[in-house]
Ligand binder design. Structure first.
Ligand code: 15L
Length: 264
């Protein structure tokens, strides 16, 4: 594994990961539609690309062995924008990867693909898709696309249903959904170097005390999270009790499940 492309490198997770990506020991090409806040670091290889522009995408994908596809809209938004970037953009990326001979892709999906499951249900890789937003629906499309390219062309993808990848949990729900950037980096390393990847669905979550997701069906990968949200428990200790009937508390997707339909 020599050259790896990261799309969405100026986004939230890209910004968190960029300082620790050199630990992977591969050549990284970082891509987004705009420069990152503060500008690129002197040793970073940046290549601007609009994911919906096939020529742009072909240019940045060229010569890459693997892609970390974090680019896209990462919260609820207007349906037409989500379709353009997350549906058309992801298709454009997979087509460019196929034409350029890329063999491995990490598809950054989200827990909002299954956000309408209740919190007392333990989900695994085979659980029913129940998106809680148009954003979640668009990521379900990306997951289906990844499996299509696997079965049709043997392009391997790790379908990563990310929980909440932030420096620390921002609310009580994230005590269950939090993923540290170090656990994310170790999962990327696994995805890049596993002798056989296939097309697994993996829940991107640290080893938190409260847990809604079971990764045992993808144990063959050998990835085990090492961090835990337990270190942040004191942060929420004095909070008022939550209303157990609030849809944001009932469903795994939290506020995404509770929110009304986003009208154009
Ligand atoms: C996501 O998919 C979002 O990109 C992120 O901003 C968080 O809201 C996260 O899900 C979450 O569920 O906490």
């Amino acid at each position: 594994m020599q050259q790896v492309l990261m799309t969405g490198a100026a986004g939230g997770i890209g910004t968190l990961l960029r300082p620790i990506l050199p630990k992977l020991g591969v050549k990284m090409r970082l891509s987004d539609m705009a420069d990152p806040d503060g500008g690129p670091a002197p040793d970073e290889d940046w290549a601007m690309a609009d994911l919906t522009d096939a020529a742009d995408v072909a240019r940045v994908v060229e010569g890459c062995d693997a892609i970390l596809h974090f680019g896209g809209i990462s919260t609820e938004n207007r349906a037409d924008l989500i379709h353009e970037v997350n549906v058309k953009g992801t298709y454009t990326l997979y087509e460019a990867a196929r034409k350029a001979g890329v063999r491995r892709i990490l598809f950054a999906s989200t827990n909002h693909v299954i956000g309408f499951h209740r919190r007392e249900t333990l989900l695994d890789a085979d659980s029913e898709v129940r998106p809680d937003s148009i954003y979640g629906v668009s990521k379900a499309y990306g997951e289906a696309l990844a499996t299509y390219y696997w079965h049709k062309f043997e392009i391997e993808s790790l379908i990563l249903r990310i929980g909440s990848c932030f420096p620390e949990p921002k609310d009580r729900r994230m005590m269950a959904t939090w993923m540290s950037r170090e656990d994310m980096l170790r999962l990327i390393e696994t995805m890049l170097f596993a002798p056989r990847l296939g097309c697994p669905v993996v829940y991107g979550v640290s080893d938190n005390p409260e847990c809604w997701w079971d990764n045992s069906k993808t144990a063959y990968l050998g990835w085990r999270p090492r961090d835990s949200s337990a270190q942040f428990a004191a942060k929420f200790a004095d909070f008022e009790p939550e209303d157990p009937n609030d849809p944001a508390v009932v469903y795994q997707g939290g506020g995404f499940a509770k929110a009304g339909h986003y009208e154009d």
